[in-house]
Design a protein around this ligand. Sequence first.
Ligand code: NAG
Ligand code: NAG
Ligand code: NAG
Length: 174
Amino acid sequence: MFAALVTIATSVVFAVAAPASSLDARAGAPIPVPVHPILNTSKCMGIVGGVYANGTQVDIFDCNDSASQSWEINDGTLPGLSSFSSATTGTDVYCLDAGVPADYADGVQMKIWKCFSGLAQQTWNKLESGQIQLANTNFCLDLTNGDITNRNVLQIWTCTAGNTNQIWTIDSPQ
Ligand SMILES: *[C@@H]1O[C@H](CO)[C@@H](O)[C@H](O)[C@H]1NC(C)=O
Ligand SMILES: *[C@@H]1O[C@H](CO)[C@@H](O)[C@H](O)[C@H]1NC(C)=O
Ligand SMILES: *[C@@H]1O[C@H](CO)[C@@H](O)[C@H](O)[C@H]1NC(C)=O
């Protein structure tokens, strides 16, 4: 099962990998939607302080309909392979980013970074289980310590079936 998913993910990543141009800012962008931890769906994945910049940490906060809590699910229907880009109206579009692949490990904190099409560390696979798996890895987007306190920064952690820290719900576009 897992091996099959990885195979699919690999082929899709390669299909979109070159050239690594930045994503078109707004034209044709998907409708941005909130992403919630299953442990409290009144919380939303957002960016700390609503600051659009390379390296701003990605956290949870009370849902408040702000742009920085809205994510465009790109490059495919769910479940499937996607990047999660923020809904900034600025020039640069920022994506949920897991950092340099060589440094992937349990506990690496999530941030946003300028989106680059097909970049591995910005490519995620939304599984039927509700897990959001970093493409070509066994790491999943994880609510750190299962703590639903505002400003808890998200991390990656080894994907574990049934781990509620790793289960996310994504609203349908309105
Ligand atoms: C979930 O989050 C909301 C918004 O912060 C809060 O009002 C509510 O008490 C939380 N629920 C639980 C079970 O902690
Ligand atoms: C909405 O939440 C974001 C964090 O996701 C926060 O930076 C922003 O200040 C909040 N806005 C309001 C009006 O509370
Ligand atoms: C963010 O980083 C990218 C390189 O990864 C760079 O091209 C871009 O200029 C940076 N953005 C800012 C505002 O410095």
